[in-house]
Design a binder for this molecule. Sequence first.
Ligand code: AMP
Ligand code: ZN
Length: 478
Amino acid sequence: MLRLHNTASHKLEKFKPIHSGQVNMYTCGPTIYDFAHIGNLSVYLLSDLLKKYLQFSGYKVLDVMNFTDVDDKTIKASHAQGVPLSQYTQKFGQAILDDFDKLKISRPKVICEATKHIPDMIKLIQTLLDKGYAYQAKDKSVYYKISAFKDYGKFAGINKRQLKTGASGRINSDEYQKDNAGDFVLWKAWDKDDGQVFWDSPFGKGRPGWHIECSAMSMKYLGPSFDIHLGGEDLIFPHHQNEIAQSEGATGQKFVNYWLHHGFLRMSQKKMSKSLGNLYTLSQILEKVPNPMAFRYLILTSHYRKALNFSFDILQSAQNTLDKFSNFIARLRQQQDKSLDTTDNQAKTQQLIDIALTAFTDFMDDDLNTPQAIASLFNFINQINKMIDNAQVGPIVAQQVLDFLKKIDKVWAFIFPDKKFDPKNEDATQIGNIIKQRDLARQNQDWSKADNLKQQLDQMGVEIQDNPTGTSWKWKKQ
Ligand code: AMP
Ligand code: ZN
């Protein structure tokens, strides 16, 4: 049974969804004012892993992610370029979807842009005003009154009295307009810096604050109470605390059952962030290590709650490990024309698969313990390699192993090379045929033909080895 570390309780908790067989989850998505950096992407890899593992475990998953396409940063950047806001943000929204595709992050079922949900936000703000959780200040902005929410600060472990400066987050509103420094903006009244960016509302023209966006959109698609909410750990306070105050203030119901937070991706031991300027985008790292799966694999080798220190050395060693998977698959495919299958070998393999599957689910059920789950995968591969060494693997056994790998690769999505991004995408049968032609040419002492065929394999990224028992091949190092 799946257990998840819940930030709300600081404990591992057994996972039980609200609706049996169905999981509703929400991930705080990117602010689309620039290209995402690989720290941002690590959070979305976590959402993707969790979604894939829930699906693997038999759940239906409804996953929602927001795109923040209006805030100080997007407005400022679009003004600087002299283009309308939506035109400006569209490009970055598309860029992150391209990154998702490269990393095999399956796109969330619902991707919701803030600017397309302004009426939902206005409605929620109105409810908070009606219930006494919000007030309109002299500057016409509407603020959340944190003193009205009994448990404000509890989720983040922050005492209300300790709140000196604001939970106002990303909106720089004038502090003196608020009753309390911790009060945060729900609706920011228009000012001249906003230019053409504003919406009409019962509270006057303006735009929504960042926090209300996530409350309004998550509840719209997932209901007032849902199962899992995810984000980077920097969002615990104030953003997630504020989401709780808004949603629970408005509905009187528990907002989210399980909160998951991803540890920071770091560079030279510092958080990777735009403000420190120590970031890489996916495109930048692909210039050095071209296979996107290396990054996916690297992120998954570390437990999601731990900070991971990024370097190109560890990215390259992730790629080297992926090469081992590819060569293992190549090795299995070369067993396809060897008559080595026996019922004993098949039974033995099935036993190894059962053990590997149990290890995989046990570790993943333990708060997505990916490093251990990957270690158990290596254990399995080593044992099958031994069977190949001992001439115990023919086509049936090879297929048993490949089927198992395909099954767990629905979650990992890094074992089988991606045809689009990995040069190791050639068909094993085609490679086998070229090798056979070369063998024939060598038998006929047609050395120039044999050389040509060897060169052809070389260009496909294939390295051959002539052994007394025949020719075997593997992928060349990238
Ligand atoms: P932003 O685009 O700044 O709203 O951030 C999008 C997501 O990336 C949020 O969930 C952040 O918590 C997360 N995030 C930002 N920097 C990092 C980092 N260095 N490591 C992990 N997550 C991060
Ligand atoms: Zn959010």
